[in-house]
Design a protein around this ligand. Structure first.
Ligand code: FAD
Ligand code: SF4
Length: 488
C-alpha cells in the first residue's frame, strides 16, 4: 500500500517531504477554539495554501471543518511524528505509520542519551549546548570551541547606542503578498463576520515568510544586514526599531520551512569566511542549536502535565483585558504599552520584550501561568504548544519552582531603563518606588519579592534580593501601593 505523508502546519518545508504523495488539511476548527492573533491565523493559512500550490498534483488538499472528516478510517497515512502531545495521540489512534520527528538540530534520541548521561544531575542549557557543539562539530576546532571560548556574553548584551532612534540597519526583508494572501484575508474577514472565529491584532501586511523560498530570502537578508549586530544588541530595545538586529526567523523555523541546521551552517560559514564576528555568530548559534532545541526536548522530557500541574508561586490573577484584547492604549507603563502595541501590529515581539517586559510584568502581578502560556501560544506568530511551556511556565514565570531556570526572571525598572529608551517619555520614573511617579516595574519588583518570599527564601540565588527587601525602609508602603494600583 502506498502511504500518504500527512504534513502538519509545523512540517511544511522540504525537510519533511520524501517525495511521495502528500496530504494537507486546513481545518477551520483550529481557528475557532480561542481568540487568535489575526497575523498568526493569516500566516498559518498562507503557509498551508502556498505549500498546497507548490506541491501541485502530488498533494491531496482539503479545506474542511475538522481533521476527522478527512482522516478518520484511513489506513494509508504516514506522518513525521508531530509536535504536540494531542497530535501524537491522534495519529497513533488512527494507526498511522509514525516516523521519527525532524526539524531540530538534535534528535529526540540524542537528547535522551544526553539526559541519561547527566544521571541525577540538574539539566542545564549550557551543558546541553556544549554537548551539541561537540557532537555536531558546530563552531568547533577539533575538540575545542572556535576562538577558545564557549560563550561570548561579555561582548554581547550591550545597551542601545545613546540617543539613537534606531540601530540604523537596513529595513528587514519583507514578503510580497499575492493572491493567496488576498484569499486568506477574505476568508478571515468572513469567518469573523460570521462570528465563528475571534481574531485580535492587526493583519497586514504579512511580515513573516510563508514559503521555503521566502524563508531563505529572510535568512539571506539577516546574514547580509543584521547578523553582525545581533550579538551586541541581542538584549537592547529602541522604541523606533521594532525588529532591532533580530533574525525574524522563529515563525518560518517553527512552520518547518527552514532546517535549523542549515541556518546554523549558513551563519557559521560567515564566521569561517571572516565576514561576521564570532561573538555574534556564537550568540546566534546558541539561540538555535542551544535554546530552540533545548525547549523542544524539554517539552517531551517534562511531560504533558508540566504546563498544568505547576504553580509554585501561587499565581492566580486572570489575564487583564489589556492583554487579551492587545489594548496598548489603555496601558500607562510606556515599556509595556510599546511591547503590547508591537505585538498587536505584528504578532511578534523580540526576546527582551517577551521576557523582561511582558513576562516580567505578568510574573510580578501573579498572572495565572497556564492562561498566560495559552495567550502566548495564540498571540504570537511563532507560538506553538511545544515552545511555550519551558519558556513561559519555566523560564518566564518560575511556576515550576526552578526546574528550567534557577531563579525568577524578575527585574525592576533600572534594567529596562539601561537596555532601552522607554523610560524617558514614560510618566513613571524607574528610580522611584513610592508615590505618583513610582515605576510599576520597580515597585512591582519589591511587591513581588514580598509576596513570594516564603517560597523563594530557600533559593540561594534569591538570598541577595531578599536581603535587599528586608532592608527596604518603606517596604510596607510600597507593597500597599502596588496592591492598590489600578490599571496597567
Ligand atoms: P532571534 O532573536 O533572531 O533568535 C534566533 C532564533 O533562536 C529564533 O528565531 C528562535 O528560533 C531561537 N530561539 C531563541 N531563544 C529561544 C527560546 N527561548 N525558545 C525557542 N527558540 C528560541 N520562541 C518561539 O519560537 N516561539 C514562541 O512562541 C516563543 N515564545 C516565547 C515566550 C517567552 C515568554 C519567551 C521568554 C521567549 C519566547 N520565545 C519563543 C523565544 C524567543 O523570544 C523567540 O524565539 C524570538 O524572540 C523570535 O524572534 P527572532 O526569530 O527574531 O529570534
Ligand atoms: Fe517601564 Fe518603569 Fe521605564 Fe516606565 S519608568 S518605561 S514603567 S520601566
Amino acid at each position: 500500500m502506498q502511504r500518504v505523508r500527512w504534513m502538519f502546519a509545523g512540517q511544511l518545508g522540504s525537510q519533511f517531504d520524501d517525495g511521495g504523495p502528500v496530504l494537507l488539511i486546513e481545518a477551520r476548527s483550529v481557528f475557532e477554539r480561542a481568540p487568535m492573533h489575526r497575523a498568526k491565523a493569516h500566516l498559518l493559512l498562507s503557509a498551508l495554501r502556498h505549500r498546497a500550490q507548490e506541491l501541485g498534483d502530488r498533494v491531496e488538499f482539503h479545506q474542511v471543518q475538522t481533521y476527522g472528516e478527512v482522516v478518520e478510517g484511513r489506513r494509508d497515512l504516514q506522518v513525521v511524528d508531530p509536535t504536540s502531545y494531542s497530535a501524537r495521540r491522534y495519529v497513533r489512534r488512527l494507526g498511522a505509520e509514525v516516523l521519527p520527528s525532524r526539524g531540530f538540530v538534535t534528535s529526540e534520541t540524542d537528547f535522551a542519551e544526553w539526559a541519561a548521561s547527566r544521571g541525577k544531575g540538574r539539566l542545564l542549557l549550557e551543558d546541553f549546548y556544549r554537548w551539541v557543539r561537540g557532537r555536531t562539530g558546530i563552531l568547533m576546532e577539533g575538540d575545542a570551541p572556535a576562538g577558545g571560548q564557549w560563550n561570548y556574553d561579555h561582548d554581547n548584551r550591550q545597551a542601545p547606542p545613546k540617543n539613537a532612534v534606531t540601530l540604523g540597519l537596513p529595513e528587514p526583508w519583507w514578503p510580497v503578498e499575492d493572491d493567496i494572501d488576498a484569499g486568506v484575508r477574505d476568508d478571515l474577514d468572513r469567518w469573523q463576520a460570521e462570528g465563528t472565529a475571534t481574531f485580535v491584532g492587526s493583519d497586514g501586511p504579512r511580515r513573516f515568510a510563508a514559503t521555503e523560498t521566502e524563508a531563505r530570502a529572510a535568512l539571506a537578508d539577516f546574514v547580509e544586514s543584521r547578523l553582525n549586530d545581533f550579538g551586541p544588541f541581542e538584549d537592547a530595545t529602541l522604541t523606533g526599531d521594532w525588529s532591532m538586529a533580530h533574525s525574524l526567523l522563529s515563525a518560518p523555523l517553527n512552520l518547518g520551512l527552514l532546517d535549523p541546521r542549515e541556518v546554523v551552517d549558513t551563519v557559521e560559514a560567515e564566521y569561517r569566511a571572516g565576514r561576521a564576528p564570532l561573538s555574534s555568530v556564537e550568540g546566534f548559534v546558541r539561540q538555535i542549536a542551544g535554546w530552540r532545541d533545548y525547549m523542544w526536548h524539554l517539552y517531551w522530557y517534562l511531560g504533558e502535565a508540566y504546563s498544568t500541574s505547576h504553580n509554585a508561586l501561587a499565581a492566580t490573577t486572570p489575564l487583564p483585558p489589556e492583554f487579551t484584547a492587545l489594548d496598548a492604549e489603555a496601558i500607562t507603563a510606556n515599556c509595556l504599552s510599546h511591547s503590547i502595541d508591537g505585538l498587536r501590529q505584528h504578532g511578534w515581539a523580540h526576546h527582551i520584550q517577551r521576557l523582561m517586559v511582558i513576562g516580567n510584568w505578568a510574573l510580578q502581578r501573579g498572572y495565572d501561568p497556564k492562561q498566560l502560556n495559552d495567550w502566548f501560544v495564540n498571540m504570537f506568530v511563532d507560538g506553538t504548544p511545544w515552545v511555550m511551556p519551558a519558556n513561559v511556565i519555566g523560564m518566564s514565570q518560575h511556576a515550576d519552582g526552578g526546574i528550567v531556570a534557577t531563579k525568577p526572571y524578575a527585574s525592576g525598572g533600572a534594567y529596562i531603563s539601561k537596555m532601552s529608551d522607554y523610560c524617558g517619555p514614560c510618566r513613571y520614573n524607574p528610580k522611584v518606588r513610592l508615590g505618583p511617579d513610582a515605576c510599576p516595574f520597580t515597585a512591582g519588583y519589591w511587591a513581588f519579592l514580598d509576596r513570594t518570599e516564603p517560597v523563594l527564601r530557600t533559593n540561594f540565588r534569591m538570598a541577595q534580593p531578599l536581603a535587599g527587601l528586608r532592608r527596604l525602609s518603606d517596604r510596607a508602603a510600597v507593597v500597599a501601593q502596588e496592591r492598590e494600583r489600578e490599571g496597567l
